[in-house]
Ligand binder design. Sequence first.
Ligand SMILES: NC(=O)c1ccc[n+]([C@@H]2O[C@H](COP(=O)([O-])OP(=O)(O)OC[C@H]3O[C@@H](n4cnc5c(N)ncnc54)[C@H](O)[C@@H]3O)[C@@H](O)[C@H]2O)c1
Length: 266
Amino acid sequence: MARLEGKVVCLTGAGGGIAKASARACAREGARVALFEIDRELGESAARQINDEGGVALFVHADVTRDDSVREGIARAAEAFGRIDALFNCAGGSSQDDRPVHQMDLDVWHRTMALNLLHPFLMCRYAIPHMMEAGGGSIINVTSHLGLIGSVKPAYAAAKGGIISFTKTLAAQYVAYGIRANAVAPGSIRTERSILRYESGAVDPDSPAARERATFQRLYPFSRGEPEDIASIAVFLASDESRMLTGTTIAADGGRSNYLRVAVEH
Ligand SMILES: NC(=O)c1ccc[n+]([C@@H]2O[C@H](COP(=O)([O-])OP(=O)(O)OC[C@H]3O[C@@H](n4cnc5c(N)ncnc54)[C@H](O)[C@@H]3O)[C@@H](O)[C@H]2O)c1
């Protein structure tokens, strides 16, 4: 039997890198997947690809930073598939304007928090009642190794750090309902907003973020990966194979969040 047979998984940011690969992996393992994505073209094309591969995917056009949009999206997914078993809250990202605190625009702080921290809260807010009704579920929140150790990008690091304690809280609050909550913290993954953007020269190699990245790269050779490296963790956490895991953060970062080596070298 496929590892996610009979399950329904909602994934956010599913037109892009990590979530799209995770949606394809979940579908290959028998899940029906709802792809929440703000970019219509990306979302439709990801859903088409999964359906062409023999899976079952529904594109849900949604801005996951907006309460009404998430409420309608979850209702649509539940109506189409009859249940919701897992969430993969993956939409997120940082901005080049995420500067040292005394130089940062307030708007950058609010936008970063909305996309990275408010969004998983909203997804949980509307999906949890469906999981309670089904007698259980698995929530997977995507953080970053920077959420574990801090970063030159204060808003992003704070939002991603917030996800980790939010995940622990969800785990405690809903354990009695059979609902698990875990997080995954990637290192550098080859996607549009990450390795590909830095390699294309779109980010100044002398910027603090590029220098921070280069240091990690040098010290932790296993810390660069492909979206599929995170997709396999998504499948594991969505499946019953991980039934003993709740409240944890899996650092898929080749050791980056073990900051000791950086500290020793400097
Ligand atoms: N790629 C990495 O190196 C890396 C490292 C650590 C953590 N992460 C985290 O992994 C997650 C996914 O990263 P990625 O590299 O796959 O990103 P990506 O940019 O390739 O994909 C993100 C997707 O989210 C969509 N999106 C953005 N705002 C949205 C909104 N308001 N509503 C709905 N969809 C929206 C985008 O259109 C895009 O398709 C992010 O949370 C990121 O912080 C990534």
